[in-house]
Design a protein around this ligand. Structure first.
Ligand SMILES: C[S@@+](CC[C@H](N)C(=O)[O-])C[C@H]1O[C@@H](n2cnc3c(N)ncnc32)[C@H](O)[C@@H]1O
Length: 302
């Protein structure tokens, strides 16, 4: 595996071998992302067309296992850099008596998939790689013509407070292999400057969530315009921000990552102004209003 791995991926792997993710750290995101994808597939009536499905960067497999239960006729492949995450995912699959997922340890930065897929998800993954462009390009290559891809990327404004802490940890201990020192740096930073007391049990889901954010070697975050550009430049079409707030005559409806829906009334004097904005301008307006932590994006291969 090491020979097939990009050198920068080893740094990321060090973290996720010791702290497989999500391991219960983000149950709300597991169900939110499952629901968004299932809603998209049902709304566009895509299920009969999807025979093969890749989850790229599956972590401990929670999301792909949910998909495989919802779509039992689809054949799933799920890849991740971290062998400990893959082992947990395989154990879960056996426990749930599921037999339509193949899990494999693989680096997406050197992915050269002979197999092509009708649908690919890569959720919370490519922004942690040293080259999100290369990673996305490899995924688009693995997509069949007309295939659909779902990407989740960190939002520039919403992710800012975590990004700040991650940079502080990188200053205190820049050697990504010295994980224990980096954990100590995180403990000090979050307790002193964020008012967060990390749990003493390092296997606690809250601790895993903190580590995923603050001890990660790197994470790129995107303004929505740049996130859409990244997808378009990799050759995708029909690119959309799928979990964007929706606008009606009277309300902006915003679905939070915790699955709660809010209707925010639009004062009548602004209704026209908002409706007249171009799609990109509306996206920008909502990005500034809601400062989303992440964007759930969808695109299609030509
Ligand atoms: C934040 S976790 C997200 C896991 C899962 N997609 C979820 O949403 O629950 C990021 C995952 O990406 C994997 N990852 C990061 N870089 C990778 C790469 N170059 N190749 C394969 N997997 C990678 C990590 O090992 C980790 O499991």
């Amino acid at each position: 595996m090491d020979k097939l791995m990009d050198p920068s991926s080893k740094e990321t792997r060090t973290l996720y071998e010791s702290f497989p993710f999500p391991s219960g750290a983000t149950p709300h995101l597991v169900s939110h992302w499952t629901n968004l994808l299932v809603d998209y597939i049902n709304e566009k009536k895509l299920a009969p067309r999807i025979k093969s499905f890749l989850d790229a960067g599956c972590g401990t497999g929670d999301i792909v296992i949910n998909f495989s239960k919802t779509f039992p006729k689809i054949e799933f492949q799920a890849l991740d850099l971290s062998s400990s995450s893959i082992m947990i995912a395989q154990a879960k699959m056996q426990h749930e008596k599921i037999n339509n997922i193949t899990f494999e340890v693989k680096d997406l930065l050197s992915l050269d998939s002979k197999e092509k897929f009708d649908c690919i998800t890569s959720l919370g993954v490519i922004h942690h790689t040293a080259s999100p462009q290369r990673c996305l390009k490899n995924l688009v290559t693995a997509l069949k013509p007309k295939g659909i891809i779902f990407i989740d990327l960190y939002g520039y404004y919403g992710y800012h407070h975590v990004d700040r802490g991650q940079k502080l940890v990188n200053i205190l201990e820049p050697d990504f292999e010295k994980l224990n020192c980096r954990l100590e740096a995180m403990n000090w930073i979050v307790s002193s400057f964020y008012g967060i007391q990390p749990p003493s049990d390092i296997h606690h889901p809250h601790y895993i969530a903190l580590v995923d954010g603050f001890v990660n070697p790197r994470a790129s975050s995107y303004k929505i315009i740049d996130a859409l550009k990244l997808l378009k430049e990799s050759g995708l079409v029909n690119v959309e921000w799928w979990d964007r707030p929706k606008i009606s005559n009277k309300n902006i409806t915003y679905l939070s990552a915790k699955g709660q829906s809010f209707d925010i009334p639009i004062p009548s004097q602004w209704a026209h102004c908002l409706r007249d904005l171009s799609t990109d301008e509306q996206y920008r307006f909502f990005e500034l209003c809601f400062t989303p932590f992440d964007f759930f994006l969808v695109g299609q291969k030509q």
